[in-house]
Ligand binder design. Structure first.
Ligand code: G3H
Ligand code: 13P
Ligand code: ZN
Length: 316
């Protein structure tokens, strides 16, 4: 199935426009009807291009047919500039499968492999994807956080700008995810006093002017959401994210795509905890899921405005 049949677009023009306009396109992860509907509604009301991100495990959770039926049912139009993206594809087969389903963009994450193996696999995915006019993201460097947990990788290794330039020219990828101090999950290793490695972004931009750069692990982990969760029976200790002004600064530089998953997970969970706590008699899932859906919508709209800077960038 080609993604055009679903009204989706690849990320090529999105990133060209984002680079020229000094903003980023938000890539928001979803995993059920509520998160999908909320993120799409946020894109539509803000008239913002958005990347709908699905991880391998989220795809397994929703199922191929359920996911693609939801996408079709949403009536997405090409002028809305919505991409469907495989987040952290770990194999050629996972990427090819997503492309065959109708995804318009894939990430091949071979960042844990030695450089040459990462080049080889990323180039192979790029060759297949480009035959289908699908965009390809790959990653160089290692983020701290869940990548460590999953792989027991000892530590973060920042992306080396010279290697990045060589990687891009040898793989023919369309965007590059870099490690500059962000990390996945609610417990970012950076404190609020530490700054991202903007110097790495600058060096990459000198070597590859305007090449689209991607930031993973970019949730800001709002204190207000952590507090709501903790005040309603949760136990999130020392959860901190990346400060909004730093994310915004990367968007004004060469970062064209900023990935957010944890913030919306928190918004969803905070709303359910608070709603059930305040309404102990409630047992209709539609009621508390509606609160969760609204919370994800509000959070996504807020991040599109305050982090991405992509409001009203959809021109039709
Ligand atoms: O960066 C990874 C995303 O947060 C997806 O995580 O595999 O638990 O869906 P997941
Ligand atoms: P967060 O865990 O910071 O939301 O990162 C999400 C991400 O990088 C998805 O690929
Ligand atoms: Zn990620």
């Amino acid at each position: 199935m080609n993604y055009e049949q679903f009204g989706l677009v690849n990320t090529k023009n999105m990133f060209l426009d984002a680079n020229a306009g000094g903003y980023a396109v938000g890539a928001f992860n979803f995993y059920n009807m509520e998160t999908f509907a909320a993120i799409l509604a946020a894109a539509r009301t803000t008239r913002s291009p958005v990347i709908l991100a699905v991880s391998e495990s989220a795809l397994k959770y929703m199922g191929d047919k359920m996911l693609m039926s939801m996408i079709r049912g949403a009536g997405i139009q090409p002028n809305e500039q919505i991409a469907l993206h495989l987040d952290h594809g770990h194999s050629f087969d996972a990427c090819a499968h997503a492309i065959d389903l109708g995804f318009s963009s894939v990430m091949i994450d071979a960042s844990q492999m030695p450089f040459d193996k990462n080049v080889e696999l990323s180039a192979r995915v790029a060759e297949y994807a480009h035959k289908h006019n699908v965009s390809v993201e790959a990653e160089l460097g290692t983020l701290a956080g869940f990548e460590d947990e999953k792989t027991n990788s000892p530590a973060e290794s920042f992306t080396h700008p010279d290697q990045a330039a060589e990687f891009v020219s040898r793989t023919n990828i369309d965007s590059l995810a870099v490690a500059i101090g962000t990390s996945h999950g609610a417990y970012k290793r950076k404190s609020n006093n530490e700054t991202l490695r903007f110097d790495i972004l600058e060096k990459i931009d000198k070597l590859m002017p305007n090449f689209p750069i991607v930031l993973h692990g970019a949730s800001c982990i709002p204190d207000v959401l952590v507090d709501i969760i903790n005040q309603n029976g949760g136990a999130l200790k020392n959860a901190h994210g990346i400060p909004i002004d730093q994310l915004r600064h990367t968007a004004e530089m060469n970062v064209c795509k900023i990935n957010v998953d944890s913030d919306n997970r928190m918004a969803f969970t905070a709303a359910i905890r608070e709603t059930l706590n305040q309404n102990p008699e409630m047992f209709n899932p539609r009621e508390y899921l509606n609160a969760a859906k609204s919370a994800v919508y509000e959070n996504t709209v807020g991040e599109i405005i305050n982090i991405m800077g992509s409001v009203n960038k959809v021109v039709s």
